[in-house]
Structures are given as C-alpha cells and as structure tokens.
Design a protein around this ligand. Sequence first.
Ligand code: 26W
Length: 876
Amino acid sequence: MTKKSLMKFDKNLFQRSVEYNIRTMYRRELSDATSQQVFQAAAFALKDQIINAWIHTQKAFEEQNPKTLYYLSMEFLMGRAFGNNLINLQAYEPVKEALHEMGFDLNAIEDEEPDPALGNGGLGRLAACFLDSLATLNYPAYGCGIRYRYGMFQQKIRDGYQVEVPDNWLENGNPFELRRPEYTQEIHFGGHVSSYIDPETGRTMFRQEGYNAVKAIPYDMPVVGYGNGFVDTLRIWDAEPVESFHLDSFDKGDYQKAVEDENLARTICEVLYPCDDHIQGKELRLKQQYFFVSASVQLAVKKFMSRNNDIHELPEKVVFQMNDTHPTLTVPELMRILLDEYGLEWDDAWNIVQHCTAYTNHTIMAEALEKWPIEIFSRLLPRIYQIVEEINRRFENDIHARYDGQGDAAYKISKMGIIYDGQVRMANMAIVAGYSVNGVARLHTEILKNESLRDFYEMFPEKFGNKTNGITQRRFLLHANPLLADWITDKIGDEWITDLSRIAELAPYADDAKAQREFEQIKYKNKVRLAKYIQEHNGIEVDPRSIFDVQVKRLHEYKRQLLNILHVMYLYNQLKKNPAMDYPKHTFIFGAKAAAGYRNAKLTIKLINNVAEVINNDPSIEDKIKVVFIEDYRVSNAELIFAAADISEQISTASKEASGTGCMKLMLNGAATIGTMDGANVEMAEEVGIENMFIFGLSSKEVIDYENNGGYNPMDIFNSDGNVREVLVQLVNGMYSPENPELFRPLYDSLLKGENGSSADRYFILKDFESYADAQRRIVAAYEDKKSWARLAILNTASAGKFSSDRTIEEYVRDIWHLQKVELPAVSSGRFSKAASRTTSVSKKSSVKKEKTEGAKKAVTTRKRTSPAKKASARS
Ligand code: 26W
C-alpha cells in the first residue's frame, strides 16, 4: 500500500500465530485449511494485536477523563473490517506478503469476511465513516447501536425480480467482537407506573412495575484510527432473557411472564428494518429503539459517575448525538434516570438533558418522519410516556407564552407539538430537547430552516447549524483504489491520507499530458477489474473501454433510477432508428436494494433488468449500450464500483436528497457527476467548478414552488414531446414485458396519473427528462476527447478535499461536541500497535476555518506528521 508501514510488524510471529490458530481452532494443518478458516485465523491474529492498542487507548481515557461522544445510531454500515484494519494499522502490505509466503492471496482472504451490513444506506454508512474519522483524529467516542442477528437482507435477482434472502452474517462468528457481559444492563417494557412518597424528601416518586425485563449485553468492536495507535469502540447491544427459562417458574405462578421475557429477548435484535423511506409504526422497532438507547444511556451515566461525583456536571463530560430521530428516546430516558434514579427536580434534570443531547436530521421526506401512536408508545413505555407528556405540557406552555399575543398558539402547537393528533412526534421532541439541530448539507439545512422546520427555526434559531457530510478517504480511496492511491502519493506525498485538503495539490497535474495518460490507465485497469466482477456475477461481457456510467444507491422514487432507465430506453430507440449513429460505447451500471414492501421501487428493478435483457441481446446495436444491474449492492462491491466509474449519477429531484455521500466517493475516485443542484452536489460544484460537472434539471426552489402550487401537468409533456411519449408507451405495450404488458403499468401511472392522492409525476421525472438527455449528450461529446476527459477526472479527484469525514468531524467537534483530542502516552509498543506516534499542531492547511474562541481553536488542530527525532523530543 501507499504508505510505508511505521509499525514494527513481525511477519514471522504473524505467520506462526495464523498457523497456531488454525491448529487450535480447527484441529487442522495449515495445508488443509479452507480459505474461511485462514480468514478466521488471520483475523484473530490481527485482533490480538489490536487489543494492546485498544487497552492502551481506553486506559488513557480513564486517566484523562475526557469529554466523550456517544454517537447513537440504529445503523452502522461498517463494511468488512479485516482489510480496513490492516490499512489503518499500516500493515496491509506486510500482511499481504506474509500470507503470500504461506500460499494465500490477501484479496481472496478478504473476500471470506461477511460484509457486516447493520445499516440500510446513507445514514448507516455515514455513522461508520464518522467512527473512522473520530479514531483517526484522537477523539474519545463510542458508536452505540444494535447487534442485529440479521443485517440488511441479501439481494438476489431472480427472473429480473429482487428476492430478499436473510443475511446470516454471524454464521461463522465475528472474530473482531468482544462480548462484555460485565456491562450488562436491564431494560424494562410494559407494566404500569405507580407512585410512592420518598421517606427522606417527602416527594412523590414514580416507578414502573409489572414490566417485562430483558438483559442488554454489549459486544464491542475496535475502531482503529489511521496510524495513531488509537482505538475507539463500536458498542452494539444484544438481548438475552433476564433469567434463563426455569421450569419452576410455573410453580411460582410467573410462567407467563417467563415465556414473555424469553420471547422478548429473542425477537428484539433479530432483524434490521430494511426500510428507509417511510415509517411503518411497527411496535418491534420502537422496542429496538428503547432497548439500545436505554442500555447506552444507562451505561454512559454509570461510567460518568464512576469517574465524577456530581451528576450536574454530566454535560461537561458526555454528549449524545442522535443520528436522526431513531434514538430520540435518549431524551425521556435520560430524564427518567435523573428524576427516578438520581432524585433530581424536573428543572434540574431538564437543564442537564438540554445540554447533553443533539440531533441530526437526514431527510425532509414527510413519510420518513417518525411518529408513534400514543396507544403503542404508552403501553410499551408507560413511565417514558408520562415524561414525554410532561415535556410536551411545558413546551405547549412556552408556545402559549410566546404566541398567544399574536393569536397563533393553536397553529404553532399543531405544527410543533410533541404529542399531537394521537401521536408522539419524535423529531419535535429531539428539536425541543436538544441544544443542536443540524442538517447534512448546506442546501438541506436551508430547506430545514426555511421550509420543513420553519416554525422551530423561528423559535430556536440558535440551535440550527449545517454540517455537510463527508466520507473516509481511507476506505474509499486508500483501500478501494490502491492504484490511484499510490499514484496520488507518488505525485504529492501521503499527507492526503489524514488531511484530504492536501489532495488539491493534484490540480496542476490535470493539465499534464503524462499524468493524464497515467490517470487514464489506472481508471482503465479498475474498469477491467469491475468488468471481470460483472462477467463472473452477471455473465455479461462489458467493454472496459466503454463509458462506465454508474448509479448505485438505495432504490427510491426520489433518487430517480426511473429517469435513468427511461433515458436508456430513449437512447435505444435512437440507435434502432438510426443504426449508423455515431455513439461511443456506454455501459449503464445500476446497483440498488429496494425496501421489501416498496412496490414501485421493486418494479423499477424489474424494469432495469428487463431493459438490460432486451438491449444486451440485440446485436443490431453492436454493443453500443449495455445495461448491468449489479446484484446485492453493498460496501464491499461498492469499493470496486467507485474505483471504476467514469460517470456518477446523482439525479435526485432537487430538494429531496439531504446530502448524498456516494457522490463524494465517486468524485474522489475521479468520476464526473451528472446531477441536479441537490444535496451535496451544490457544494461539489463550488469545489470543482460547475463547468466540470454535468448539471441539469429544476432547481430546488422551482420544485418547492411547484409543490406548493399543486404540482405540474405531465400530460403536457406527454403530448408535446414525442421521444418521451414513445418510451412511456413502451412501458405498457409489452416491449419490455411481452409475457405481461401490464406489468409496468404502476410506473406509467405514477408518471401520468398519480396514485394514492399524490400528484402525477411527483418527482418531476418527465419535467427534467429533456434537460437530463441534454446533459447526457454533453457527456458523450466530452468523453470523445480523451485528454480533456482525463483532465476533468483529475480535477474531480483534486477537488474532493472538502468531502472528507475528517473535516465533518472537526466541524461537529468545534460547533457541537466540544471534545478534546486525547494524546496517548508513549509505550514501547508491541507489533502493529504504535502509540502516541504524533504530536499535535495547528495545521495551516486545515480545511476547517479557524474560529475565534479558545475551545474552537483547540478543536481545529489537526496533526502533522513529524520526524521521528522531533517526535521523540516532543514526548520527553
Ligand atoms: C423510519 C425509517 C427511516 C429509516 C432511515 C427513515 C429515514 C432513514 C434515514 C434518515 C434515511 C437515510 O439514510 N438518509 C440519508 O442520509 C444520508 C446521510 O446523511 C444522506 O447523505 C442522504 O442524502 C439521506 O437520504
């Protein structure tokens, strides 16, 4: 790999350790071991090495008692750990060599690891990138989540349809996790609330009784920082029954409860909900939310009290970041602990909660806003519900105090009330309680302030801020694209690995003919690698010299995969009518999972596959276009895809994509974006220049204006645009579904008629079609000139500096979390682990703008690599 390992890696010891593990774990000789067994053995050998650094880091936390971040998220889409840990330990090359000498190929061994898919998409992957950055930047943090037994389903494509297969990722065990029974917490559901008088204070107190209980057991996974010997923790909770099932329970008369407790424990962590577009109000999901939030908050408070004396100081040492509304129960749960267990008065407790909790919003889609029916909520969480009622009562009083004069209070309560219309509205609770509300890209934050959360912004303007998303360059460039990573390091050095703003130094190479050729060659090799994967997995032969045009992301109507495939159908029509048409070879690559119950999304997958079937098998177009649907899109194959892309499709209806992060991964790997002015695309255009992207479509303002005026009439386009009409008719004339011409009728209807009361073409696909087709024409023209295309690609890579999650994390630290970096004391470290390898200094090149406050100054420090000699003197 790019960077020379700074670790003292003992190849011999590693090899002996792998061999030993194979003997003791599998009673086998090395020569008889399967690849899976070698993976397990090597992963355990690696974990042994990580453990030292992990202990060392956690000891430093204990000694320094720093403020700690608890990043609460229902999803962590970590991807495979083995290769990533090797990268961050700077031991990739030595381990590759060690395995090679033993007769194994590291890539093949990496492929043996199941891809932990404890997340749906953007929100979960963002959480994983954040952990990587937190550890790399020396910040004390826990990721808190759920250890789902089954992660995101595996997608199989059968006859063009998506079929969901359970993802049994723990089948062979997880070598990187540690079970921590000593941190077990108990969680209570149901029952009722009773009150009693505290004999000491004379105050009325409340407690939950007759509940069902479940034990929460944490499993810890190391999160290894890059090259700094720093290891944070991902703590995911599993459920177990409080007592194992006793036969004598029957005699004691609580047989029923024993069975219920057992069932509760069995079901709670069973499966990740594969839905990220609308809420289903499923009781089990609310149980999952309370389960992991309660366990995480209880333990955080206990840990705090073990190091500090006064619970009132909690906000100085603890911050809970709520990743969307899913962990909002943090608010009433912390209130419960402070009121019922620590005996605080309401105002005191509320003051603490208001200084410990912060909320990130990831979507403006109304159907994704979490609301729970009071009936379910109060039955499942009776004491928590009482507390929410009181929070709501007091907040309504505040609204009255502020708006009664204007006669607006009733309206404001209808918008902002926490309990309203028979439901508990989670976003409203998170905003009222938290001290910070942030959006994930500038445009998104502006829409929150001016549209969707306007009333809240009016009331609490100081809470709102923007934190544009980012991605970790260590996984998505250093690991995913070793050829490009090496090339970049060759040109500008390796500082970009921990300071992506440095990648701007590549820009001058955009005009260098030799660099252009080299860049092109690298892209070509990566396309060959992906073409091989496609050949193996899809049986489709694609030409690596064709344009690789990629749309990989969750399938949603607002992301408009339908626009993309309708355009492919249109192109095909053009080629059929005009076989001599000069058109460069173009491969359209899709990858997407659809929520299991999302009909139009699943039908779009079927449409893509059916279009692929027709086009890929039509010799008359001479392979000018190919369509590929990559099965089971996930973190591991995403890495191959990003490295090989020429074109990145970011074509959501403007205003709908909060940020997007795939756009950043593709840009970093030198793909040019075709996109709307939506989400982070807007900021990408600022960085690379709009002339180096292919921008099209309605602006978010235009979309919002249409929406506020009842939409537009797509029939006008149908009637006036013959090209559009032709493809729409082909949706329902059996051209792509001869066995059932009506198959795609729902897609046709969604475009022209609207369904379930929503307006026709709700996502402005037809409205944007011509403008999209035009942007595609510009791409094809630009691709003709190889040199200028390479220039464009290099400029995209060189302009991606802003989009590192390191920058995002520094902004959260500066404006919201106020954490300090923890410097590790020096140790004469063992192999792999290298503590305190760096000193801290204010980097002039930091992409985070300097702030005036003291705390902020500390937060923007980024480290610089110093010579070993300097390091030694810094330590002494
Ligand atoms: C209640 C069901 C549910 C589950 C998940 C609703 C909504 C979600 C997530 C908020 C959906 C999500 O992943 N949003 C994405 O978050 C990314 C990280 O900020 C953004 O880059 C994407 O634009 C946004 O769609």
